[in-house]
Design a protein around this ligand. Sequence first.
Ligand code: GDP
Ligand code: MG
Length: 301
Amino acid sequence: MNENNEAPFHSGFISIIGRPNVGKSTLLNRLVGEKIAAVSRKPQTTRNRIMGVSTTAHAQRIYVDTPGLHGAHTELNRYMVRQALESLKDVDLVLVLLDARSRELEREAMVWDASGAAGARVIVCPNKVDRVARVTLLPLIEAIARRTGVTEVVPISALTGENVDTLEKLIDGHLPEGPHYFPDDALTDQPERFIAAEFIREKVFILTNQEIPYSTAVVVEGFREEPNRGLVVIDAGILVERDSQKGIIIGRQGRMLKRIGTEARRDIERFLGVRVFLELRVRVEKNWTERAAAMRKLGYS
Ligand code: GDP
Ligand code: MG
C-alpha cells in the first residue's frame, strides 16, 4: 500500500454452510451488519440463497447463506439440499458452521468433508461459543483441525459477535484480487420484496408452532413506493396448506395475524428506512410444498 491508495482490491464469494439451526443466518446478518436473513429457533428458516455483501476500503466479501444440508424428504427439502451443494461451486471460500455444543462431530464433519472434496478452502467455525465452557473448546478445535480438508478453525459467537472480527480478517486473506461486484453500499443481491417476504415468514416461524411454519410460504404481491407520503405499501399473501392452518395464523379475532404483521412491519421499516404499510392475507393452497408448479410460481426453482 502507498499514499496513492494503490493497494490491490480483493473480492470474492464465501459460502456459509452447515446443518439447520447452527446459526448461518445470524452470522450472515452480523457479517453484513444488518438484518437481511430470517433467523429463528426452528430449523429450515432459510429457503432460498441469500447473498449478503460487505465492503471495506480493501475488500468486498459476498456471502452466500444456504439452506441446510439434511435429509431430502419432500420436493422442497430436495430443492434446499441441491441449493446447498450448488453453492460450493465457484466460491473462493467455504465457511462451515457447527454448533460448538454438538457431540456429533462425525455427523457435522460430513458437511466439511464434502466441501473439501469439492476443492474448496474451508474455515470451520464452531459457533455459539457463548454457550460452552472454554475447557471443552480446545479439544474440539484440535479434533476439527486434524481432519483433512480443513484450512482453519475459528470458534465464534454469531450472536454476541465474539471473534467475528478475527474471522473477517482471515476471510480477507483468502480472497483473490478482484473487482467491486456490487456497489459499495449494497447489502444484498435480493430485491427488497424478497427481503420483505423473508421477514414475514420469519415471524410466522417464531410465533406459530408445530407444523405450521413448514407449511407456510409468503408471496409479496404488491410493493408500491409512495414517496409523497414517505411510505411503502406492501401487499403480501401467506400461503398455507389447510383451512385449519389458516385459522391458526389468523388467530382469535385476528390477533395472531395482527402480531405477525406488526413485528414484520417493524423489521421491514428498519431495513428499508421508510415507513411501511403492510397488508397481509392468508390463503389456502393445498399441498404446495409437494407441487413443483406452485414452487416455481413462488420463485423456488
Ligand atoms: P440457521 O438455520 O443455521 O440459519 O440458524 P439461525 O441463524 O436461524 O439460528 C438458529 C438459532 O440459533 C437462533 O435462535 C439464533 O438466535 C441462535 N444462534 C445463532 N448463533 C448463536 C450464537 O452464537 N449463540 C447462541 N447462543 N445462539 C445462537
Ligand atoms: Mg438460516
